[in-house]
Design a protein. Sequence first.
Length: 248
Amino acid sequence: MSALLEFDDVYYRYPGQDHYALEGLSVAFPEGENIALIGRNGAGKSTLFLHCNGLYQPNSGQVRFAGHPLKYDRPSLKSLRQHIGIVFQNADDQLFSASVAQDISFGPYNLGLSETEVRRQVHMAAELCGVVDMLERPTHALSGGEKARVALAGVLAMDPDLLISDELMANLDPWGRRRIFDIFHQLRRRGKTIVLATHDLNVVRRWSTYVVVMDGGRAAFAGTPDQLLADEATLEQTGLAQVWFDEV
Ligand SMILES: Nc1ncnc2c1ncn2[C@@H]1O[C@H](COP(=O)(O)OP(=O)(O)OP(=O)(O)O)[C@@H](O)[C@H]1O
Ligand SMILES: [Mg+2]
């Protein structure tokens, strides 16, 4: 299992805060897996994500993608963001163009692709996410579930190797969630790596092939769901024992 993305002893403190949001985080995200990132509120999941595409820079420690330490100059970040796509929990924050088509084409345009290539990428992503019939609609006139799929299409239009999703499905109904998982299944068949932050332990059990448990700004566990279920010490320490078995 080769690591696509690695954190090596990363510390990060938000300006003006007296505690570290990431406090010696070391973890590797293996390539080609469905990875669930879990951990209680404030454990550092979103902060971790904001380090993945170089939006935040560690105070100390290192983040590596495909074995290379991240560089934070503009050209390096641009190239990095072609490989790592992030969808945030609130799709509203991610959609800013007048129409769905414009929104989805923003990323590919920014990469400097030709008109023809942009159209091809937009069509591929719109098809994959089931939003072809919405392309001419204004983004503000979409439902929450539709917005989530459009935000996802906007990221997938750049054909990233790694898709990171920060609780994208938290506000979706079961049918909306089902559609997102259908998209994830197709991405897996294409060899993509997905990291999904979730509070839903059913997702861990039924979708993930690898789990990372964040606790107090560190990774308390990384391994398969079965390994986690068998690891009583970790389940106790992270408080998962109380919730995991209640919910079954
Ligand atoms: N913008 C910010 N400014 C200051 N502190 C922040 C900011 N965002 C997060 N933090 C702090 O950093 C720590 C990690 O927060 P983070 O948002 O990464 O957790 P999380 O695991 O994503 O939580 P949740 O499950 O609630 O989304 C917390 O202590 C939080 O209070
Ligand atoms: Mg969060």
